[in-house]
Structure formats: structure tokens, C-alpha cells
Design a protein around this ligand. Structure first.
Ligand code: GAL
Length: 676
């Protein structure tokens, strides 16, 4: 990330020499055969498809029996697409090892009860199992040797939707103990760090250390062990991918490497996984049978962009009805186009729909593609065609455009793990905490970067630290320096409750950041759904829930006070001048009105502009390129909306009224103006 003149952090949307925003699909030649390729390729060309992803579940066809590879069918497809001007992403097929492999080798993961999770779906492999590792390297190498110089292969996707290696097998137990020995050096260190004196858990032999296996009903493992287990299994996934990446880097010069993450999945350290990619990508399904993802969609875009701080891809974008046994709703006319434009407005440059055509068989029969089971192009095809045409027309303006943000929200895997291990109270989940800040900022059209603690904070005017629960001395120093040099931070309840071993600190809260915040948390009250209220300095009131910290003012000024409960009359929100900067401490969680008052005050003080009065369900994002500003408005709802936007702008896409802008149902507008 680099700093710009305005001090905003800048994330580049495209680094390639011929940047373009474009549309693609996932395609499974093994499902359709050669004959259908002759129909699908012309159809894809007609739709404006420029890239296909293939191969990620095809192990049984790529290696029909041990050591006997058959790449001919895939090569034929790659070349056919390539010759038609459609480039290819190849997936390594390790998310679905074949039946012959499992018959020969027991690499099944074990659950908490040590029961094997057997064959019949996918992901039935332990990433720590030596045979799985060896086989993953073998199939990756064979594919890489075959396709590493194929001019039509643009990129590789490692495996598919990697998560923490959920496994409790003996290989994992052995590897965990080695990982711990490496980390702590001695059992004395480990015993001290974890506080194993509690319940007589002191270890005198590494072999005694358990995995968090199923414990007697109602019992829970030591939180320090649980944290290290999650870190260890996350590392296992990272090194599993690294082995594939090392091979691909060596044998596939010029071909890029990525992976399709699941957006807000927080079972592992995605930042660590991302270190080995050229660019980030995620799978975006806004509406599934399990519900609507709502604000998790834009947040997922920003989280993914934050992985590499530059343009990202949507490796799987919803193409229609989703579902396995149960189906979600049909997408409305214009909806999939709107979602794709929404992704672009957050900095996505390539959007691949999942999938080209609904599969006739298998678990995902009802996860619908652009074409339905009958393979006939209809409404969704026409929508994608329109989208591809628009992307082509607007590429000269939007390709290489940058997202610039004055605001950063910092998150990392340890914080997510911490709240999973001990949620403490209902409503405290970390994504929920993040969304309390993110949602109003999104509604006001404020660009936000979701960054790792390693990011450079200096370009940001405002750094939000939601629930920074497990904190190292180094990170506390980094925050201290950022504020003392003029930055503004926002903290909330449960800041610095734990050290990095997941042990409670024995200094008053907010622990290592107490001087920065200028307050002391005298005591606290978990509220869950219980509702209370606060009064702000300007006399406005708002509701609160989930948690209340009772704050003693050391050097901070109060900004809001509790109105009821045992803390009535005591400060609930404070602001502290620290060096040249400011630290806000919000001791509770509020309703929409609460964050309106609280965040507007902070944005005003930081000089960050925001838009009021945008109709609900309207996404407004801004990209920047060569002295121009591009405002992308997306109506995410099925009702037409009118809005008036200040300033001079030229409409590149959309419908303009007399003095207003009209956004039809799921309508888009792209406006160009001079950078201000
Ligand atoms: C994704 C996955 C795809 C497909 C899709 C629909 O999570 O990466 O392979 O399974 O969901 O279920």
C-alpha cells in the first residue's frame, strides 16, 4: 500500500499490462464431454466470457489410477478455450481425492471423537497426513509439468476453499506436539504460558498433551491449548498450500497463483495463506437457502481486497438459484448483474460466475448455473451478456482504477479464534462487532480497507480496532505510535483482555492501551440481549446492548453516559488526546442511532466526508484513476430509487432524470467526475 497526496491509502485495482474488467465462468469439461464443448464455446463467446476455471475437482479423471495420468481431455479443453480467445484458470484437484486413493490409503480426517470422516462427498482428507501431502505434491507436479508452459493457462487456483484443517487424528496429534515443542522450547515454558497448573494439567512429557478431543459433556479445554491448536491447524493449511505453490512457481513461469477463499470464514489465518498468492479471490453467494448475506457481501469484498491490498477476483459469483437439497430464491431480473457491479465497485477486476451450466447429477444439482440443466440460453445468459458488454465499454475508464480509503478496520485470525473459543456473551462475535462500524460507513459511501495488523497505518486518518482482545506488546506499541503521531483510533469493549497465550492480563483494562485510551475499565456488565440506553454530549439518546464497561476517566473526556443500570450517570464513551492524535473508547455496543452520532462525530473531526440521505439498499463506492473519480451506484433492491447527487459529473452508465438520478430495480449508475 502506498500513500497518496491526500493521505488516503491506495489499493490498486489492476497491475497487469492490459488491465480489464471481465466476466468468466467455472466450467467442468468432465461433466459435459467433448461434443458439448463445441456448443458451449460459441455460446460463451456470444455472452462475452473471457476466462474459465476448470479442473479443481477432477482428480479421478486426471489420475484414474495411481501414477497413471491422463491430461488429454483437459488439455483439449484448455486449448479449445484458448484458441477461442478465452483464457484458463486451472485448479489443483486436491479438495476431492478419488475413491481408489482412499481405498489404498487411510487419510481420512478424524473428528473430535476420533471417528474417521469417510468417502462420499469431498474434503475427506487430513492435510497433515504424510501420504496426503505427498500425493498433493505429486498431482500438482504432474499437472504443472503438463500445463506450465501452456500459453492459454493464465493462473492456478490451489485446492478449493481451504479452511483450517479440522482434524483430530494421530498424525495431527504428533505434528501438534512437534509444533508446540518448536514454539515453546521446553515443557516448563509451555506449562507457564498456558497456566496448566489449573486442574492439574501440568505436562511432564510432550506425549501427554492432548488435541482438543471431545471432552466430558459440558467440559471445555484450556483456552490457551485451544488457541494454539487453531494456530497450528491454520499453519498446516498454509504449508499444505505452500508445497503446491512452490511447485507451481518453479514449473509454471508466468502463470499466476491464487486461491478462492470463503470471504468471512474465520477458521484460519487467511492473511498467512494470502502471502503465497499473486492476487486474492473469493466466492460470493449473496443469497442461499440458508439466508441472505446482506452486509457480509460488501464486507467480504473489502476483506478479500485487504488480503493483498490490490485488485481481487470473484472466483465464484452467484449465477442464479443456489442450493443442494433445499433451494434459495430465484434471482430477480438484473440481480446477478447488480452483484457483479457491486464487486467491481469494491475493486474486483475479474468476475467468474459459478457455474456455466447446472449439473445434471451429483450433490450440487440445484446450485444453478448461467444455463439451466437443459443448456438453453435464457434470462441469466442475457444478463451476463449485457454485463460483459458494459464491462467492455467501461474498461477504458475503470481498469486500473484504485480504491482509496481514509478508514481502516484491523482484524486478524487470533481475534477471531479468541471469540470462537470464548464468545463471552451473545452478540460479541467479531464479525458482528466489525459490522457495527462497517455498516454505517458503507451506508454513507465511505470507503473502508480491512487490513491486517501488519499493515502500514500511516495513510489512514482513522483506524478502527474492533474487539482487539488478544494483543502483543508490539501491536500495542504500533497503535501508540500511530496515535501519538496524529492518527485517530477507535476501541471498544474487551480491548487487550488477553496476552498472546490467551491468558488474562493482570493490569487494569484496557491493558496495554490504557494510557492511549486515557480510561480505566473499573468493572463490566455482560448484557447480551438486555437493552439499556446512553445519553450523548448533545443530549441525544440511543439504545445499547451486549456489554457495558464502567469507565473511570484518567485523562479522557466523556462523550456519552449510561442512563440506566448500575452504571447510570457513568461515562460510556470517551475521547482522549494522546500525543498529536485521539483515541476513542466505546464501552458498549449501540443501535443504529448510536453509531450515527458516534461515528459522524469522529468522521467530522477527521475530515472524512460521507453522504447522508442515500436511499436504503443503495451501494455507493468510489474508485480513482488518472485525475478522475468514478462513483459506482448499485441499487441492490427491486424498487426504483431516485436520488440527487451533489457536484458535476458525467454519466457513463445509467439513467439520468432532470435534476436527479434514477436507479431502476437492481439498476447501476457509473459517474465520472474530476477528482476533488
Ligand atoms: C463453493 C465451492 C464450489 C461449489 C459451490 C456451490 O463453496 O467452492 O465448489 O461447491 O460452493 O456449492
Amino acid at each position: 500500500m502506498t500513500e497518496t497526496k491526500t493521505g488516503q491509502a491506495k489499493q490498486t485495482v489492476s497491475k497487469s499490462s492490459a488491465p480489464r474488467i471481465r466476466v468468466g465462468v467455472t466450467y467442468y469439461p468432465e461433466h459435459w464431454g467433448k461434443a458439448r464443448l463445441g456448443i458451449d464455446i460459441p455460446l460463451m463467446r456470444e455472452a462475452g466470457i473471457q476466462i474459465v476455471r476448470m479442473g479443481e475437482f477432477a482428480w479421478s479423471r486426471l489420475e484414474p489410477s495411481e501414477g497413471r495420468y491422463d491430461f488429454s481431455w483437459l488439455e483439449e479443453a484448455v486449448n479449445a478455450f484458448g484458441q477461442a480467445g478465452i483464457s484458463v484458470v486451472l485448479g489443483t484437484p486436491t479438495a476431492a481425492p478419488p475413491a481408489w486413493f482412499h481405498q489404498k490409503y487411510d487419510v481420512y480426517p478424524r473428528d473430535e471423537w476420533k471417528r474417521p470422516l469417510g468417502f462420499g462427498t469431498r474434503l475427506q482428507r487430513c492435510l497433515n497426513h504424510p501420504v496426503m501431502r505427498e500425493s498433493s505434491r505429486r498431482i500438482t507436479e504432474a499437472m504443472a509439468r503438463h500445463f506450465g508452459h501452456n500459453p492459454f493457462v493464465e493462473a492456478w487456483q490451489t485446492d478449493n476453499e481451504l479452511t483450517q484443517n479440522y482434524c483430530y487424528c494421530d498424525y495431527c496429534a504428533k505434528a501438534f506436539r512437534e509444533w508446540l515443542a518448536d514454539k515453546y522450547g521446553s515443557l516448563d515454558n509451555l506449562n507457564r504460558a498456558w497456566g496448566t497448573v489449573f486442574w492439574s494439567q501440568e505436562y511432564s512429557d510432550w506425549e501427554q498433551i492432548p488435541l482438543p478431543w471431545f471432552a466430558k459433556c459440558g467440559m471445555a479445554h484450556n483456552p490457551s491449548l485451544q488457541l494454539d491448536y487453531r494456530r497450528f491447524q491454520s499453519d498446516a493449511t498454509v504449508t499444505f498450500q505452500q508445497e503446491q505453490v512452490n511447485i507451481l512457481r518453479c514449473l509454471c513461469p508466468g502463470q499466476k497463483i491464487t486461491h478462492n477463499i470463503m470471504g468471512l470464514n474465520d477458521s484460519m489465518d487467511y492473511f498467512a495463506l494470502a502471502a503465497d498468492w499473486d492476487f486474492a479471490a473469493w466466492d460470493n453467494y449473496p443469497i442461499t437457502p440458508w439466508g441472505e448475506n446482506g452486509m457480509r457481501v460488501p464486507l467480504g469484498h473489502d476483506v478479500t481486497r485487504g488480503m493483498k491490498n490490490r485488485a481481487f477476483w470473484i472466483m465464484e459469483e452467484q449465477a442464479g438459484i443456489t442450493g443442494w437439497e433445499m433451494m434459495g430464491p430465484q434471482t430477480e431480473p438484473g440481480q446477478i448483474r447488480a452483484w457483479a457491479w457491486q464487486a467491481v465497485s469494491h475493486g474486483a477486476e475479474t468476475i467468474l460466475f459459478f457455474r456455466w451450466r447446472s449439473c445434471l447429477y451429483g450433490t450440487e444439482q440445484y446450485w444453478h448455473g448461467i444455463l439451466n440443466h437443459d443448456g438453453v440460453p435464457r434470462r441469466h445468459f442475457q444478463e451476463v451478456k449485457q454485463l460483459a458488454k458494459e464491462f467492455g465499454e467501461l474498461s477504458p475508464f475503470l481498469s486500473g482504477a484504485e480504491v482509496r480509503s481514509d478508514v481502516a478496520i484491523v482484524h486478524d485470525a487470533d481475534q477471531h479464534y479468541g471469540y470462537h473459543i470464548q464468545p463471552q456473551v451473545r452478540g460479541m462475535g467479531l464479525w458482528d462487532q466489525i459490522l457495527r462500524f462497517y455498516t454505517p460507513l458503507w451506508r454513507w459511501g465511505v470507503n473502508v480497507d480491512l487490513v491486517s495488523p501488519a499493515a502500514d497505518f500511516s495513510p489512514y486518518r482513522l483506524v478502527i480496532l474492533p474487539g482487539w482482545y488478544i494483543l502483543s506488546d508490539e501491536f500495542a506499541d504500533k497503535v501508540r505510535q500511530y496515535v501519538s503521531r496524529g492518527g485517530t483510533v477507535v476501541m471498544n469493549p474487551r480491548t487487550v483482555v488477553k496476552n498472546i497465550d490467551n491468558v488474562c492480563v493482570q493490569i487494569p483494562l484496557p491493558g496495554l492501551l490504557r494510557d492511549v485510551a486515557g480510561i480505566t475499565v473499573a468493572e463490566y456488565s455482560p448484557m447480551a440481549e438486555k437493552v439499556g440506553s446512553v445519553q450523548f454530549r448533545d443530549q441525544n439518546t440511543a439504545s445499547i446492548s451486549v456489554w457495558a464497561d464502567q469507565l473511570l476517566l484518567d485523562t479522557a473526556e466523556p462523550f456519552a453516559w449510561y442512563r440506566d443500570s448500575i452504571y447510570a450517570g457513568k461515562p460510556a464513551v470517551t475521547c482522549n488526546d494522546f500525543g498529536k492524535g485521539k483515541a476513542w473508547y466505546c464501552g458498549t455496543f449501540g443501535d443504529e442511532g448510536f453509531y450515527h452520532i458516534f461515528l459522524k462525530q469522529i468522521l467530522n473531526e477527521c475530515g472524512i466526508s460521507s453522504w447522508d440521505g442515500l436511499p436504503k439498499g443503495t451501494s455507493v463506492r468510489t474508485l480513482y484513476r488518472e485525475g478522475k473519480r468514478y462513483t459506482i451506484l448499485v441499487n441492490l433492491e427491486g424498487q426504483e430509487k431516485q436520488l440527487s447527487l451533489p457536484g458535476d459529473w458525467k454519466m457513463l452508465l445509467g439513467e439520468q432524470g432532470l435534476n436527479t438520478l434514477t436507479l431502476k430495480a437492481y439498476g447501476i449508475a457509473v459517474l465520472e467526475s474530476d477528482r476533488s
